[in-house]
Design a protein around this ligand. Structure first.
Ligand SMILES: [Zn+2]
Length: 242
């Protein structure tokens, strides 16, 4: 079994991150706020192939307080890392204006430091697009993507990548499955979403690949190849030596 590129996970939530990362390389491990930055930093140093991303998740905006921006900038400068997970989520507190402010600051940091950006978006596509258009990050991915065909075109025109997880195996996830068909092949990525459960992240990712190959009519093994190629483009110099 070849090593698989994992576009999004939270290995810090696993009791044994090295075991969670088995078979996945490179693997983007996203922190969610100041509370887990150190954990993600040290696990990325300890586990080969793990690329750390540091940010403030929309769900963590309130508990992150007010003074996270300067420490985040310092952490990004000190480590070979990307920015995120960050974004907008209509289904969770805090209020959208606070989420948007935090997201904007992080997109600006990604632009300033020339780092890839990991974006989370649930049902707030218009405001998300406005912020990305205003700041123009060079490389960003939207994880667990389920936007409309129009949104896919808009985000792709900005240079976006689109990541799909094991959720696409569920026939009830109609939007995500429709989105998969719309994404340009050179922007397609897959993620384990690092859910804890009976199956390892690598097994889940391999099953998501197989489901996508079936839906898109691609030969077996091509999702892993596409992922590896696009993942290297997305990570840029962060992929070197991982
Ligand atoms: Zn996440």
């Amino acid at each position: 079994m070849p090593l698989l590129f994992d576009a999004h996970n939270h290995f810090q939530e696993f009791p044994d991150p090295a075991a969670a990362a088995a078979g996945l390389r490179p693997a983007v491990c996203c922190a969610t706020g100041p509370a887990d930055w150190e954990e993600v930093r040290s696990l990325a140093e300890a586990v080969p192939g793990v690329v750390p991303f540091f940010g403030v998740h929309p769900w963590s905006v309130a508990e992150a307080g007010r003074d996270w921006l300067a420490p985040l900038g310092q952490l990004l400068r000190d480590t070979r890392s990307g920015v995120g997970e960050c974004g907008l989520d209509a289904l969770k507190a805090p209020p959208l204006a606070e989420q948007a402010e935090a997201f904007k600051r992080q997109v600006e940091l990604a632009v300033l430091l020339d780092r890839p950006l990991a974006v989370h978006c649930v049902r707030v596509w218009g405001p998300l697009l406005d912020i990305l258009r205003a700041s123009r990050p060079l490389r960003f991915l939207v994880h667990s993507y389920s936007g409309s065909a129009d949104m896919t075109r808009e985000l792709a025109a900005l240079g976006g990548y689109f990541s799909f997880g094991p959720g696409i195996m569920d026939e009830k996830r109609v939007k995500a499955r429709a989105a998969l068909a719309e994404v340009p092949r050179d922007r397609l990525l897959f993620e384990s979403e690092a859910p804890q459960g009976a199956d390892s992240p690598a097994e889940l990712l391999a099953r998501a690949h197989a489901a996508a190959e079936k839906m898109l009519g691609l030969p077996a093994g091509s999702a892993a190849e596409i992922s590896a190629r696009n993942g290297a483009e997305f990570l840029g110099s962060l992929a070197e030596g991982r």
